[in-house]
Write a protein of this length. Structure first.
Length: 272
């Protein structure tokens, strides 16, 4: 049973994500180019990232003016309500730039520092994933009024696991991550690299991946997707005994999470 505030936050997040997703899908210019770079020349920002973040923050300011905001493209306000929004207006920017479909809008709401609502919409999949703390995870296909509850797949043995991952944008980190993948490939069924952490986490929730790990993410990359994965039955974390963070995030069902975490620790997936 959700409380009225959590219900309100979910409704606001769903509407903000829908509006931003529509803007990105329907407003993508044919000559879309790079507006700026961040950590490296291949870590890009497009004009549509900026437009989507402005749309979301304006909407949140109108609906929830006392809340704080943390956004990928620079939005940051403290707020006074105890609620903070953690938003990635366009997760999978490089995919979007190249016309690949694996990109998403990710919006999470924290209450007193705990993530209580997560929404990820993937417009080119025509799917939206959402969860509230303690309320389960749901997938809503475009045109559906109500979604269906989703659960992650039962844990396979490690060598039969399909595992998703991603790569950073700094050359030194990418070299280290490639070495981890080289060592990991013979020990699992296969590796997938989709290009959107939010979608990868939702794919764990929906059973489309058995597990997922990545180093170097920011809170907006995984806040919503990690809640959705947990509410679908997955465990999330970082190195043994440490919560998920930019150092490392792992998501997998119990029984797979533990051996995957142990293997990634042995392979040094947490350092460059």
């Amino acid at each position: 049973m959700t409380d009225p505030l959590t219900t309100e936050l979910l409704d606001v997040a769903l509407e903000a994500a829908r509006r931003a997703g529509d803007l990105l899908r329907d407003g993508r210019p044919a000559d879309l180019g790079v507006a700026a770079t961040k950590t490296s020349p291949i870590d890009v920002v497009t004009e549509m990232d900026l437009a989507a973040e402005k749309l979301i923050t304006d909407f949140l300011s109108d609906r929830r003016p006392d809340d704080g905001v943390l956004g990928e493209e620079g939005a940051s306000t403290e707020g006074s309500s105890g609620v903070r929004w953690v938003i990635d207006p366009l997760d999978g920017t490089v995919n979007y730039l190249y016309g690949l479909p694996a990109w998403a809008v990710s919006i999470a709401a924290e209450r007193d520092g705990e993530t209580v609502v997560g929404v990820v919409t993937a417009p080119m999949r025509r799917e939206t994933y959402h969860a509230v703390l303690g309320g389960g995870a749901y997938l809503v296909a475009e045109g559906q009024e109500r979604g269906e509850r989703v659960r992650c797949r039962p844990a396979p043995v490690l060598d039969q696991a399909l595992v998703g991952t991603g790569f950073g944008y700094r050359t030194e980190r990418r070299i280290g991550q490639a070495e981890v993948v080289r060592s990991l490939v013979p020990k699992v069924r296969d590796i997938r690299r989709g290009g959107s952490a939010a979608i990868d986490l939702c794919d764990v929730a929906c059973g489309r991946l058995n597990g997922y790990y990545e180093r170097g993410l920011n809170p907006w990359d995984y806040a919503a997707g990690a809640l959705i994965a947990r509410e679908a039955g997955a465990l999330t974390g970082g190195r043994p005994g440490i919560a998920a963070s930019g150092e490392l995030i792992i998501a997998a069902p119990p029984g797979l999470f533990e051996p995957l975490q142990e293997l990634l620790e042995d392979l040094g997936a947490w350092h460059d």
